[in-house]
Design a protein around this ligand. Sequence first.
Ligand SMILES: Nc1ncnc2c1ncn2[C@@H]1O[C@H](COP(=O)(O)OP(=O)(O)OP(=O)(O)O)[C@@H](O)[C@H]1O
Ligand SMILES: [Mg+2]
Length: 576
Amino acid sequence: MHNSIPAEESGARIGYIVGGGLRENLRVRLTVPAQQVQEGSFVVVESGEWLFHGLVTDLQLGATDPRFADEQSEARFPAELANLLHGQTLYTNLEMLPALVLERGPDIDSPEYPRWRDAIDAGLREQPRPVPVKTVPPHHAPVRMAGPGDIAEIFGKVDSKGNFVIGTTREQGHPVCINLDKFIQRSSGVFGATGTGKSFLTRIILAGLIHYNHASVLVLDMHNEYGFDDTASDTGMRVIGLKSKFASRVRVVGLGKGALVRGQAPDFNLEVAETDIQPEDIELLTRELNLKETTPTTLDALTSSYGRDKWFAGFKRLRNGAVIEDDSGKKIPAPDSVAAWANSVGVNVMAAEGLYSKLGRVFNLSYVVEKPAIDTVSEIIKSLEAGQHVILSFGDNVSDLDYLLVSNLLTRRIRQAWETRTNEFRSSKKSEPRPLVIVVEEAHKLLNREMASQTTFSTIARELRKYYVTLLVIDQRPSQIYDEVMSQLGTRVSGWLGDEDDIRAVLSGLAGREALRGMLAHLQPKEEVLLLGWGVPMPLPVRSRRYDDTFWKDLLGQTSSLPKRQSDDIIKELGF
Ligand SMILES: Nc1ncnc2c1ncn2[C@@H]1O[C@H](COP(=O)(O)OP(=O)(O)OP(=O)(O)O)[C@@H](O)[C@H]1O
Ligand SMILES: [Mg+2]
């Protein structure tokens, strides 16, 4: 008997190794009916002191003699013979993508075992941990389904610190964890076609992050889904908002003075000061506002005329097309006209007037004001630094213009603040900054190829965790996100995707893409996801945890986790 997984914690035997290799997958002869296994199942090969862990990527029917496969000869045979035929001549092979191997040590009853264990305890030998597969198990090594013990060994134990149950295995419903500390160390993504459950799963992850309290969360909530309670569009059921459960730790911010979010008053309102709008914020709207290529030149001239803080106000107060009559009765541009300004600084009048009229949409935004009643941006930063969480609801301002402008402006200010804090921390003047996760719905709007070079978001995604800020991007069209950003995403959680390009985008930069491609395309249309990437030990399809009353009870009702850990510690100290 080997030590690692007790019998009741390991899964049922399903077959044995008959071939394959590292470059191709391992082949396993099934000894159970094929229905008991499916694509994506987590299986374990037992090979002496080693356990190989992997995923089923394919199931194939085989025959030692093709004649018996082609004809329904069992009808002519007596029952025992027909049974034999199905076990021996006709068989099913499964293909297994080996992912990790774990040393489990010598047999627990063998004389080598205590020596092995002592060497580990004395620090002479490394604590066994799953490592990437570099060799193969021998012929006929037994293969079994992964049991809860195997899953806990690889994905982490449910009650260990930082581990959070994100779903269950599809066949037997064993819980599967992600590690939240790892999750926030790099940017991550939740993908899937519309209706696959991205927003629901994001609520679950955010609840986990807020409860765990190792990072602050800022949600750019374009559709007002995350703060207050909502109604599910398909079932009409009430969906609990994060504010309802974490009333004092989550602050809902509504965009614009007096804005309501789902009919409720937010904790405070966000108004943008004219001085906050930088020329880059406008360049970012090039596609949205259909700006001409002359725009950067005009913006440059504006900043030299009025200064980086005042250019927006200065430009806005000009009058487009205003004329006066000169002494001889001729119409000339009024001194406060756009044309007069353009002439005075040597900018093309048409270009300036064109830009002015296109910026009309920005000039008219009700939440962009000369002087906001309170400095909400600083307020948001302060809340986040103090360990609170902020959900910025866009309320009725649902156009892309609002989303692009406000998200980028806010994120830029926040990143600056975190950069300053990080530098202060590095020069050991201050305490370590609190990690921050910025959640972006419809991420491709901010992270597409065209904008990637200009937005703060892509900078954050690319620089990993240097400044303690990472992204959680949510999107139904991952192929529209700039690939350099996609390949940086650590943890990827993807629901069903139909589009080839989207599938390719989600898998970018990962090993075993071919095998995983099929797995993504064969997920259930709802509430099933494939866990992928650096943030998880190996890819695994899981049934998503359900977001319901039970979820909240499990999450918030678990007051026993600390005493349990303490009692474990005591037992360890006593030498058991
Ligand atoms: N984990 C879950 N728990 C409970 N219900 C779920 C879960 N996941 C999905 N659902 C159901 O599926 C529906 C669609 O889920 P959701 O709104 O999260 O989809 P989505 O991927 O965000 O879609 P879209 O891209 O259109 O925003 C929900 O209204 C809900 O009824
Ligand atoms: Mg959604």
